[in-house]
Structure formats: structure tokens, C-alpha cells
Design a protein around this ligand. Structure first.
Ligand SMILES: NC(=O)c1ccc[n+]([C@@H]2O[C@H](COP(=O)([O-])OP(=O)(O)OC[C@H]3O[C@@H](n4cnc5c(N)ncnc54)[C@H](O)[C@@H]3O)[C@@H](O)[C@H]2O)c1
Length: 441
């Protein structure tokens, strides 16, 4: 099949690369010339394990092309995937500006019948609207079919997920389009779930809202665990062994972030509100998530009378490990709070430093390695559970820090292990460890 993918972000680039890997001829189009220059040179503008190799291989095999020219991208293709961003508006609803631009451009540039597939996460009813916008802008007499094909990949394991996902959801307006989509995806060997367009659009929001609910649920349990003296890690394990519950997404911490859960939960509250339905449960999930970052900060504020001039090492900035994505990362709110208290914030992340520098306050000192961040620090905040951070030998905190006070927002270390060191250790939903020698500092 000849396929065009619009948008070369986290979803579009992975989609384009993986579709070319299974044998399709793919042209990716973006409006960001900087990204395109990198892509044409065979370099991925995002950090995603395995992406670079796959990309280079398919460029060399002449199955993967990049352009900024929408005309070139939309002519002589059978299928066009839309994978542009749908960021949140101020009221929490999805901003469809980029999708609308693409729909107009498709109408203006296509010269043969096409199937337009929406990968972007869009509110229920958007695909029908996309079809209307395309039709209003058509220059040539051609037929357009639309398909909703929401994306479920996880940043950090996006390539793995593309070849090993649990299901591919296809919401089509007719059997023919659904069957073509099934054929395109067949080499992935992933079960296909066919449904109508509106249900497909809803599946994406409902899935993300449910996963966010699991996270906020375990975070509430974690807060209660702290007060009643239970260990949330054991509670989650014990719960998760029940196959009706499952162990995934039951990790207590400072909450979810990233480009999807925060915006998609808010958008679903809006979607419900538009049909006069008050999604109370989801509003609670969103509020609990905000609270988790404050809970970690409060532990730090309670520990020090003042943070003025204190060196606080912040380890991990990306919203989760194995990605350079900083969108809605907990580190944004937390570092801002530290700076407001006049702390000297020294931050380290193995991969996200470049994006973090663009997004975080320039008063933060960014360093190249963990040790540099920890030397003479008054306290360390662990915000992302990168392997490099989980693998720290705790004696390093003792050796390098001025006062080995560690606040672990991701429960990177086992409680029993931390008891063997002279480290004051605060984590989420578990007992606090205060060695006798540190009590008076
Ligand atoms: N990131 C994820 O993990 C993930 C997972 C599932 C679904 N989604 C959804 O997929 C969509 C894309 O997300 P993302 O994270 O890849 O976004 P992104 O911001 O990383 O990428 C979007 C890209 O679209 C490009 N673009 C914007 N307008 C364009 C136009 N008119 N023509 C060509 N290119 C254009 C931008 O330059 C950018 O490169 C969103 O709706 C998101 O909710 C994201």
C-alpha cells in the first residue's frame, strides 16, 4: 500500500517507520523543517528505543520518505494517517486546530480516492467532522472514506508496542474500509477489533481514563497506607495477584504525567459535560493526581524549616523512564515550587535534559551525571524511575550528600534495604526511615 502519515511526532514517526518496516511505501509529512532535516539525515528527533535503527533501514530500502510538501505527500497514496497533536485548550477540551489544518490540506491536495485514518486522539464525532471539512475543501472529484484507528503505544516502548500490542481498534464507516485497514495491519499479527467510528473514538478516551483511574486509586490507597502503617507496594502486589485486578498501573508515586493521560482525562470530562453528564469519578481522578506531587513536596517542606539556599538534587525529569518527553512531567511543578522557596535546584536526567532546558526555569542548574547532582546536596528528590536511578548504590547518598535525606517519589528502593544505611528515606505509601544519627540535623 502507498501510505502517507501526517505529523512526525511520537505517534506519527513510529507509525510511519513501523508501516514501512512491514513493507508499505510510506511518506511522512510535517511542517517542522528542523525535524525534517534531522529525519532526512536518518536521525530521530525523539528518543525512542529501537527507532533509529528501524528508521535508517527503511530509508535505505526506499520505503520511507519525508517531506514538508503536503501536495507531494497526498498525491498517489491509498491511505492517509492523521497523527498530529491534539493538545488541551484552556477549558480542558481537545484543540483540533492542527487536525482541521490537515483535513483542509487533504481536501485541497488529493487527486484519487483515499481512506483517511485518524490516529490522533480526538473527541467522539470528530472523524465525521473531518470528513465534512475534507469534502468542503475538495478540488478534485474523488471519494473519501474515514476510519478511526486510535493509538495505544506507550512512549519508551513504542516500537515494541507497535509489533506486540494487545489489539488494533478500527472504527470504520463501511466494511470495505475496515477490511483494507485489517489487511494493512495484518503483518503486525495483532488482533483487530472492528467497530463503528464513534465507539472507536470513545475506546481511546475510556482506556486512558481507566488507566489513570487505576493510578489515582493506588495513590489514594498509598496515602492511607502511610497513615495506618501499611506498605503500599505489598498491598498493590497482593491486590494485583487477583487476575480480575492485575498488577499493572498499580504503582504508587507522584502521579501520572505525559502528553496523554492529563489531557485525555480532562477532555473526557468535557466530552461528558457537552452531553450534560457530570463525570464525577474522573474529576476525582484528576484532583488526586495533582495532589500527589504536593504530598512529596510537603514531606520536604516539613523536614526543613527553610529551603533558602539549600542544594536540592532533582534526579529524573522526564515524565517517565525511557523517554525524553517532558510534557506534563511532575518535575515541572516540583522544581517551580523548590525555586519559589529559594532552593538551589540541581537537576539530572539521563535523556530529557535537552527538552527540560527548554521547558523548565532557567534558574535550575543542569548537570551531566548523578554524582554531580548529589555532591553536597541537602536533600535529593527522585522523580523518574530510570534504571540508572533505581540502580544507585544507596551508599552513594551517604558518601556524597551533605545530609543524606532522600525523598523518593517513585519508590525506587526497597524499604528493608534502605534501613541498612544512614539515610533518611521518605517514599510514597511506606514507612519513613529516620536513622538515629540524622534525627537532630
Ligand atoms: N505520545 C503518545 O504517547 C501518544 C499515544 C497515543 C496517542 N497519542 C495521540 O497522538 C496524537 C499525536 O501525539 P504526539 O505525541 O505524536 O504529538 P507530537 O506533538 O509529538 O507530534 C505532532 C506532530 O505533528 C506536526 N504537525 C502539526 N501540524 C501539522 C500539519 N498541518 N502538517 C504536518 N504535520 C503537522 C507537528 O509539527 C509535530 O511534529 C495526539 O492526538 C495524541 O493524543 C499520543
Amino acid at each position: 500500500m502507498r501510505i502517507s502519515v501526517v505529523g512526525t511526532g511520537y505517534v506519527g514517526l513510529v507509525t510511519g517507520v513501523c508501516l514501512s518496516e512491514i513493507g508499505h511505501s510510506v511518506i511522512c509529512v510535517d511542517i517542522d523543517e528542523n525535524k525534517l532535516n534531522q529525519l532526512r539525515a536518518g536521525l530521530s528527533p525523539i528518543y525512542e528505543p529501537g527507532l533509529d535503527d528501524l528508521m535508517k533501514r527503511n530509508i535505505q530500502s526506499n520505503r520511507l520518505f519525508f517531506t514538508s510538501d503536503h501536495k507531494e505527500a497526498f498525491q498517489n497514496v491509498d491511505v492517509i494517517y492523521i497523527a498530529v497533536g491534539t493538545p488541551e485548550k484552556e477549558d480542558g477540551s481537545a484543540n483540533l486546530f492542527f487536525v482541521e489544518q490537515v483535513a483542509k490540506s487533504i481536501g485541497q491536495n488529493i487527486s484519487n480516492d483515499v481512506i483517511v485514518v485518524t490516529k490522533s486522539t480526538v473527541p467522539v464525532g470528530t472523524n465525521n467532522w473531518i470528513k465534512e471539512v475534507i469534502k468542503e475543501n475538495l478540488v478534485n472529484k474523488v471519494e473519501v472514506k474515514i476510519v478511526s484507528n486510535p493509538e495505544f503505544l506507550r512512549e519508551g516502548s513504542a516500537i515494541y508496542d507497535s509489533f506486540n500490542g494487545d489489539r488494533i481498534v478500527i472504527g470504520a464507516e463501511d466494511d470495505e474500509s475496515a477490511n483494507i485497514m485489517e489487511k494493512i495491519n495484518k503483518p503486525f499479527g495483532i488482533p483487530v477489533f472492528k467497530t463503528d467510528i464513534r465507539s472507536a473514538e470513545m475506546i481511546k478516551y475510556a482506556s486512558n481514563a481507566f488507566l489513570a483511574t487505576k493510578i489515582s486509586f493506588i495513590n489514594e490507597i498509598s496515602n492511607i497506607c502511610e497513615k495506618v502503617g501499611a506498605n503500599v507496594e505489598d498491598v498493590a502486589l497482593g491486590m494485583g495477584q487477583d487476575s480480575r485486578i492485575g498488577t499493572q498501573f498499580l504503582k504508587a508515586g507522584i502521579g501520572y504525567g505525559g502528553s496523554c493521560f492529563p489531557k485525555d482525562t480532562k477532555a473526557l470530562v468535557q466530552i461528558a459535560g457537552n452531553v450534560e453528564y457530570d463525570f464525577e469519578l474522573l474529576k476525582g481522578v484528576i484532583n488526586v493526581n495533582k495532589k500527589q506531587q504536593e504530598i512529596l513536596l510537603q514531606k520536604l517542606f516539613n523536614r526543613f524549616t527553610s529551603l533558602e539556599g539549600k542544594k536540592i538534587a532533582v534526579l529524573g525529569l522526564a515524565f517517565k523512564p525511557n523517554t525524553d518527553d517532558m510534557r506534563e512531567a511532575a518535575s515541572i511543578v516540583i522544581t517551580n515550587n523548590l525555586l519559589e522557596s529559594n532552593a538551589h535546584v540541581v537537576a539530572y536526567d539521563p535523556v530529557a535534559i535537552y527538552n527540560a532546558k527548554k521547558l523548565l526555569n532557567n534558574k535550575i542548574e543542569f548537570v551531566e551525571n548523578l554524582n554531580e547532582a548529589l555532591v553536597d546536596a541537602d536533600a535529593a528528590l527522585l522523580l523518574t524511575e530510570w534504571t540508572e536511578i533505581r540502580d544507585i548504590d544507596p551508599s552513594v547518598f551517604e558518601k556524597l550528600m551533605k545530609t543524606p535525606i532522600v525523598l523518593d517519589g517513585r519508590n525506587c528502593f526497597e524499604i528493608e534495604r534502605m534501613k541498612k544505611f544512614n539515610i533518611e528515606y521518605y517514599s510514597m505509601g511506606r514507612e519513613t526511615i529516620i536513622p538515629a544519627v540524622l534525627k537532630t540535623i
